[in-house]
Design a protein around this ligand. Structure first.
Ligand code: NAD
Length: 287
């Protein structure tokens, strides 16, 4: 644990926020976990405890260490109070530009002037988020991967004004969490999604144009490219609404038709078939 950043806040206790809070608490950081929904906070703590039990079963954690980590987690709903004494704030709230800009204005007003403000956004410009604060040089992307306790990568996104000091501090903190941080500049989709989403979109087009079925496409990519899962399985896992939103960011950000989302993806999202989370996407998860 890096002493100068011992006190952190995580905003948003959903899928990503609970995973981020989990790894910080387990590494020795004191975490204010903040959400507008008490229900989300209750669920997050239950999920963290359950995931730690799984680590204990695998021999990666002890009951004692679990209890210590859980004691370092402080769930709360008051954002201003939760960030007021923090040196690092990691925002992982819902992926919505207007919401994130509002949250960053609030964090900027309430957090200490020297605090680093990070966002876990998958696709929103860090430079745009930084521009609503009075400290754009201290705003940075910490793009964790799902599931956070397991996935090693943190894509560290450097906004237009992010300083080298802030970059280095975030690289060091990420390594301290047991992750492998990789820096990238702030352009649409950063690196991970700029490369992944066109591949997923092309897989959807391949199916849409009748070249091959869903399972055939996934099997070809899995066995042929040694990918752990096929692109359509992965799209269902990520959420088809999330894939569509990121493709739209690429399409609008570059103004290049090669990123235009496949009409089949648009239709599936409109119909509410979003993948695993709704029980139906390219595959049926209802059974
Ligand atoms: P989620 O919907 O599971 O959780 C979002 C949480 O934010 C909810 O609990 C919601 O109550 C809370 N929230 C909304 N408004 C808030 C506010 N004003 N203050 C505090 N909390 C608020 O979403 P998620 O999948 O965890 O995604 C969070 C962020 O992580 C997004 O920016 C997303 O792009 C990014 N991300 C997601 C994934 C993924 O695979 N899910 C991967 C990498 C990055």
């Amino acid at each position: 644990m890096i002493d100068s950043f011992k006190e952190v806040a995580v905003i948003g206790a959903g899928t990503m926020g609970n995973g981020i809070a989990h790894v910080f608490a387990q590494t020795g950081y004191h975490v204010n976990l903040i959400d507008i929904s008490q229900d989300a906070l209750d669920k997050a703590l239950a999920t963290i405890a359950k995931n730690m039990d799984r680590q204990i079963k695998k021999g990666g954690l002890t009951e004692e260490k679990k209890a210590e980590a859980l004691a370092r987690l402080n769930p709360m709903t008051d954002l201003a109070a939760g960030v007021s004494d923090r040196k690092l704030v990691v925002e992982a709230a819902t992926e919505n530009v207007d919401l994130k800009l509002k949250i960053f204005e609030q964090i900027d007003a309430a957090a200490p002037a020297d605090a680093i403000l990070a966002s876990n956004t998958s696709s929103i410009s860090i430079t745009k988020i930084a521009a609503v604060t009075n400290r754009p040089e201290k705003v940075i992307g910490m793009h964790f991967m799902n599931p956070v306790p397991i996935m090693k990568l943190v894509e560290v996104i450097l906004g237009y004004d992010t300083t080298d000091e802030v970059r280095d501090a975030v690289l060091e903190i990420s390594k301290d969490l047991g992750k492998v941080p990789v820096p990238a500049n702030d352009y649409p989709g950063f690196v991970a999604n700029r490369i992944l989403m066109p591949m997923i979109n092309e897989a959807i087009y391949t199916h849409y144009e009748g070249v091959a079925g869903v399972e055939e496409i996934d099997t070809i990519m899995k066995l042929g490219m040694a990918h752990p899962m096929g692109p359509l399985t992965l799209a269902d896992f990520i959420g088809l609404d999330v894939c569509l939103a990121i493709l739209n960011v690429l399409y609008e950000g570059f103004g290049n038709p090669k990123y235009a989302p496949c009409p089949l993806l648009v239709n599936m999202v409109t119909a509410g078939h979003l993948g695993r989370k709704t029980g139906k996407g390219f595959y049926d998860y209802s059974k």
